[in-house]
Write a protein that binds this ligand. Sequence first.
Ligand code: PHE
Length: 468
Amino acid sequence: MTDKTSLAAGTFAGARARIQDNASRGLWSSRWVFFLAATGSAVGLGNIWKFPYVTGQNGGAFVLVYLACILLIGIPLLMTEVMIGRRGRANPDGAVARLAREAGASSRWRVVGWLGGLTGFLILSFYLVVAGWALAYVPATFSGGFAGVSGEASGELFGALLADPLRLVVCATLVLAATMLIVGFGVRGGLERSLRFLMPGLFVLMLVLVVYAAIEGEFAQALQFLFVPDFSALTAQSVLVALGHAFFTLSLGCGAMMVYGSYLPEGTSIAKTSILVALADTAVALLAGLAIFPLVFANGLEPGAGPGLIFVTLPIAFGQMPLGQIVGGLFFIMLVIAALTSAISLSEPSIAWLTERFRISRTKAVLGSGLVLWLLSLGSVFSFNHWADYQLFGKTFFDTLDYLTTNWLMPLGGLGTVLFTGWVLQKQVVSEAIGIRSNGLFLAWWNLLRYGTPVAIVLVFLNLMGLI
Ligand code: PHE
C-alpha cells in the first residue's frame, strides 16, 4: 500500500468512526422529546421530597430567595449548559475540552466537565436511596397500611422503614437496576415512552392533593408560611441552601443538562425551551409545597422535621381521603418514575464519559458504575441505622454527601461553567451557538452570565465563610 492509499484509508476510517460515533450517540427525535427529557430530569425528588423539607427547615424568606436564584442564576445557567452540550456534541468533559480547544484556551477547563460528572455520580448514590423510600411506600399505601393514621403513627411507620436496612437496600437496588437498565438500552427509547404519560399524570395528582389540602388542611397558614417573607429568619446558611437547591432542582452544575444538550438537534430554541423547563419545574415544587404544608400545620407536625417530611405527612392524607389507598399508591408510583427520569440524567454524564473517553462498551460502563453506585448507596442506607452515630460535623454520611454535593459542588461547577463561557469562549461563537435572535435579549443573558451569575455565587460562598 502506498503512503497515499494508506492515508486515504486512514481518513476514511476516521470519517467512518466519526459517523458511527454520531450514530451511536444519537439525537433526540424532536425538540418536544428534548423538552420532556429535560423536564423529566428537572422534576423529581428535588421538587416533591426536597423542596418542602428544605423550605420547612429554612422558613421565612426561603421561597423568595429560591425563586430569585432560579430566575437570575438557574435559567441563564441552564441555557449555558444546554448550549455547551449541543456545541460540543460529547459528554461534559469532552464537550468542554472541545470548546476550549476551539477557543485556543487551556484544556484544563475540562475539569468543569468531569467534576460535574463526578458530582452527578455522588448525588445519584443517595438519590437512589430516597427513591427507594418512595418505592417502599407503593405497596404500603396500596395495601391500606396508612388507613386512618395519625401524625405520630405515620412518623413511627417511617422510622420503622429507616431502621430496616434490608428493606432499604432492596428498594434502592431495585431503583438502581431500573435506572441502569434504561440507561443501558440507550436513554432515548426508555425515556420517551415513560415521559409521555408521567408528566401530565404527576401534575394532575399534585393538583388533587392541593385541593384536598386546601379543604382539609390549614391552607391560609401554609400560604403565609410559604409566600409572606420573614427576612429576620434568613441566614447566610439558608441563602446557600436556596442557591444549592436551585441547582439541584434544575439539574445544574453536574453535567446532566450538558449531556442532554449534546443530543439536541440543531435549530431548537435553547432559550425558550430552558424557560419552559424551569417554569414546569417551579410549578411542581410550589404545588408540592401547597399540598404538604396545610397538612403539616393541620396535624401538628414540625415543618423543620427534615428529610422524612413528605413520607410522614402525605400518608396521613392518603389514610383519610376517599379512595386514598389508590390515589396514594398511584402518587408514589409516579414519584418513583419521576425519580427514575432524574436518576437517568444523573448517570448519563458518567456513562457517556466512560464510553466516549475510554471506548468501553455501554454495557460494561453501566455494570461498572452500577456496582460502584451500589456500594456507595450502602453508606447512605446505613446512615439511618447501623452508622447513624458516625457523624462528621454533626452530619451522617447521607447528610454530608447531600450537603457537599448540593450546596458546594453544584454551585462550584456552575461557577466554572459560567466563567468558561463568559470569559473564555468568544462572544461570536457563543452567540451563534445559543441562537437567541434578539440582540437585546442576547446581551441581557450574556451580561448576566459574565457578571451577575458569577458575582452572586461568589458572594454567597464568601458570605457563608464569614468573609463578608
Ligand atoms: N433535578 C432533579 C430533582 O429535582 C435531581 C437532579 C439533580 C437530576 C442533578 C439531575 C442532576 O429531583
